[in-house]
Design a protein around this ligand. Structure first.
Ligand SMILES: NC(=O)c1ccc[n+]([C@@H]2O[C@H](COP(=O)([O-])OP(=O)(O)OC[C@H]3O[C@@H](n4cnc5c(N)ncnc54)[C@H](OP(=O)(O)O)[C@@H]3O)[C@@H](O)[C@H]2O)c1
Length: 355
């Protein structure tokens, strides 16, 4: 029996230290104390996890918060709770389903009509490793919700963001992008065997490529763009993974895992940092690992892939560009024209006209 005492106490000490130090080791809190009265924040997936805590912290700092969620009951409940805990009455629940172009357009239209300004757009919502499935418009669920939906939303809010400059766009990516690949022959997993892990990684890589290309196109406009890995955070993101699907892992492993990883409150700090930090005002197109700028994986730095992905994405979601931007050049800024119709994502947007 005594031979187990030493290893057990070493394990207990290491585990205890890890739990106690985790907040420090996982990045800590946003160093900026900046308040944001008079600023409007739009945040997707704000009823749960990182999004909800980001909304709460930015409400606490005095912002006008528009929470975009697909489930209005959850959204209203979260908005009410945030209003109560921050005593900020300007927290609003709005419907957006990122798996539907129609819903994204209607959300953006309301924002453009009803809001005087959009200072901070946080593209936060995501699904991870879900079973095979398509969005309403036929896109792979993870590529469609995590990336294409936010690509469209951002483009539809660009004029408002430019009018509100200096303004910021924050795109939630993930460290998972490092094993991502953009498969231009089959972006939506229509032909090859579906791999849910790879689909998530592709969507998160696409977000960094989008961030970099958007920043390039927005040079000189006062709108800055950032991509972010928030760290490993105890949220509902893993609901489709093994951790939540077997009795053993959800009752035994999951509580230990949750003790070791950071809370949604801490997980929200990097998004808050990118939204408010004064020193980032003139920085754009960069990737942050928690609150530190970092170089993303090499495939996220490929300019040609970023431009190609932009053009294909614009075509898939029914946007057209007035000026093609084949190579980096600050003079060539792309503008987005109104909706074009298309029946299936694999169809080229033949009906579109170039102005
Ligand atoms: N947690 C982590 O460790 C971690 C690590 C790296 C990156 N991230 C990134 O951080 C972001 C936030 O994730 P989280 O951990 O907070 O996850 P979460 O708790 O699962 O929250 C995801 C949010 O996205 C919403 N959402 C999902 N599909 C949607 C759709 N079709 N339309 C509108 N909203 C939709 C969810 O709404 P419902 O409640 O209705 O499902 C929920 O509000 C994600 O982009 C994720 O990829 C998280």
């Amino acid at each position: 029996m005594s031979r187990y005492i030493l290893p057990a106490s070493v394990f207990g000490t290491v585990f205890g230290c890890a739990v106690l130090l985790k907040n420090h080791l996982t990045g800590g809190t946003c160093p900026s104390k900046a308040k944001i009265p008079g600023k409007t924040v739009v945040i997707t997936g704000a009823n749960a996890g990182i999004g909800k805590e980001t909304a709460r912290e930015l409400a606490r700092r005095g912002g006008r918060i528009i929470m975009g969620c697909r489930d209005m009951e959850k959204c209203e409940t979260a908005a009410r709770e945030i209003r109560g805990s921050t005593l900020n009455p300007h927290v609003y629940a709005r419907h957006i389903d990122l798996a539907s172009i129609k819903s994204i357009r209607s959300f953006a239209e309301k924002i453009n009509q009803e809001e005087e300004r959009v200072d901070i757009l946080i593209n936060n919502a995501a699904v991870m490793r879900c079973p095979p499935g398509k969005t309403e418009d036929g896109f792979d669920m993870q590529f469609g919700v995590n990336y294409l939906g936010h690509f469209l939303l951002t483009n539809l809010l660009l004029d408002k963001l430019k009018d509100s400059a200096p303004s910021r766009v924050i795109n939630l990516s993930s460290l998972a992008h490092i094993i991502g690949e953009i498969d231009f022959d089959d972006l939506n997993w229509d032909r090859k065997k579906f791999n849910t892990k790879k689909a998530y990684c592709q969507s998160k890589l696409a977000i960094i490529l989008f961030t970099r290309e958007l920043a390039r196109r927005l040079e000189g406009t006062g709108v800055t763009v950032y991509a972010l890995h928030p760290g490993v955070v105890a949220t509902e993101l893993g609901r489709h993974t093994g951790m939540h699907q077997s009795q053993f892992s959800s009752t035994v492993l999951s509580p230990i895992f949750y003790l070791l990883i950071k809370s949604p409150e801490l997980g929200a700090q990097p998004s808050v940092y990118l939204a408010v930090a004064e020193e980032l005002a003139s920085v754009s197109g960069r990737y942050y690992d928690v609150m530190k700028e970092k170089e993303p994986a090499p495939q996220a730095l490929d300019q040609e892939v970023a431009v190609r992905l932009w053009d294909i994405s614009a075509s898939l979601v029914g946007l057209e560009t007035t000026v093609s931007v084949p190579s980096p050049s600050p003079e060539t800024v792309t503008q987005v024209l109104p909706e074009q119709t298309r029946t299936h994502p694999s169809e080229p947007a033949a009906a579109m006209t170039t102005v």
